[in-house]
Ligand binder design. Structure first.
Ligand code: ZN
Length: 412
């Protein structure tokens, strides 16, 4: 039975890196959830494509991305950037072709859903239509950043969304349904989701914090057992987000990153039921569901290693960590380290073995015992052996080429 008044809250990482690092930038990249074989970037070509896109140089970005995908067709991320560059250049035929190629090679259902959405949008544009809300490119940040005096509510099959912008309210309800479908397929074996979740989008971070969310967090999910008697208990579920970023404009993290991140926590909590999901695992998976190039997490870890492991938590400690570390630097690295290590596990275990591990932990085994089981390594050795393999791989991939967190941040 669940304990009375047990509260579990998972948070999106703060949007503030460790002191001294540059602010995080809007991610154009996309994560490949459950990626098995992400090709290493042999040079900074992929980073260059993103820089060109960020700088609005779509023609140059297209050329660079085209050259890149011809040289390294396994680099999923470059296909996405190529498609986005083609969209910006209104080269609809080429964009459509590229989204199809991207959908074929990505292993993430969410990425495939995003590709399908973009594809429909490109097709409509090619025909001269102006689709209402299909695809990221149709999002109007100015319209979505306006704040009405009062809240509007939108309902979808599983969500009741409230915000002070009717268009945003509807959009979040629709996006949440799409993400939920993918997440349930991934984690719940397509089990139906029989709950209605309130999502409240506060005006800004201050209002979100005023509602009881930690000041360091960028999004909050509650999965709370409430018990009034032996046979009278229920689970309360809710997600808190905020609309405007630091500049008073639509928070660019909200739709591509924070929303899928928080929904991942919710679905994992549902899957684990009365057992708590290990913090590193839920934060690792939640970040891999964001639209962020997953190489970014590896690069941050490498930057920390190269600067003397300022905030690094050894894996035997990380997998047993009961709560978020104190301080912005340790928190920041805890998130990135969790994502990088989770990604490493996904890349080194067949999918079904990874879910065996998740199920073992769900049944009450420690993460160490579960890892020992799926990797067939004695539990007392497994964390250190995996840690060595993971870090050796990162060092081999990046060497000392990433000297600082600022450099790592550029790849986000
Ligand atoms: Zn989180």
């Amino acid at each position: 039975m669940p304990r009375s008044s047990e509260v579990r809250v998972n948070q999106t990482a703060p949007n503030e890196p460790a002191a001294g690092a540059v602010p995080l930038r809007l991610a154009l990249a996309v994560c490949a959830l459950l990626v098995g074989t992400a090709a290493a970037f042999g040079d900074d070509g992929a980073t260059r494509v993103k820089e060109l896109l960020d700088a609005g140089q779509a023609a140059e970005a297209r050329n660079a991305a085209r050259a890149r995908v011809e040289r390294a067709p396994d680099e999923t991320i470059c296909w996405r950037w190529l498609a986005l560059a083609c969209e910006r250049l209104e080269r609809w035929d080429e964009a459509e072709e590229t989204w199809v190629a991207y959908a074929a090679i990505t292993r993430s259902r969410i990425n495939r859903a995003a590709a399908a959405e973009h594809l429909a949008w490109c097709r409509a544009r090619r025909k001269g239509e102006t689709p209402a809300a299909a695809g990221g490119a149709s999002i109007d940040p100015v319209a979505l950043g306006s704040v009405d005096a009062s809240f509007t509510t939108a309902r979808s099959a599983h969500f009741v969304v409230k915000s002070r912008n009717a268009q945003l309210t509807r959009l979040v309800a629709d996006r949440a349904e799409e993400y939920l479908t993918s997440l349930c397929r991934t984690f719940l074996g397509d089990r139906a989701w029989a709950h209605e979740i309130p999502i409240t989008i506060y005006r800004d971070h201050a209002e979100y914090v005023g509602a009881g969310n930690p000041a360091w967090s960028g999004g909050g999910t509650a999965f709370r057992f409430e018990e009034k008697g032996a046979l009278d208990w229920k689970i309360k579920r809710s997600i808190d987000l905020f609309q405007l970023g630091a500049e008073g404009k639509l928070d660019p993290e909200l739709l591509p990153n924070t929303l899928p991140h928080e929904l991942t926590h919710l679905v994992l909590s549902e899957h684990f039921g009365e057992h708590a999901v290990p913090l590193w695992l839920t934060e690792g998976l939640a970040q891999l569901m964001e639209s962020v190039d997953p190489d970014y997490y590896d690069k941050v870890v490498v930057a920390d290693l190269n600067s003397g492991k300022r905030f690094y938590v050894p894996i035997p400690a990380l997998v047993g960590l009961p709560k978020y570390p104190e301080g912005s630097g340790p928190k920041f690295l805890f998130y990135r380290e969790s994502a990088s290590f989770t990604r490493f596990l996904l890349a080194n275990l067949p999918r079904e073995r990874f879910f065996e591990f998740v199920d073992d932990v769900k049944r009450g085994f420690t993460a160490i015992a579960g890892l020992g089981q799926v990797f067939a390594v004695p539990p007392e050795q497994v964390a250190e052996r995996l840690e060595k393999k993971w870090l050796d791989g990162l060092v081999q991939k990046y060497g000392t080429s990433i000297g600082s967190l600022e450099e790592a941040e550029k790849s986000r």
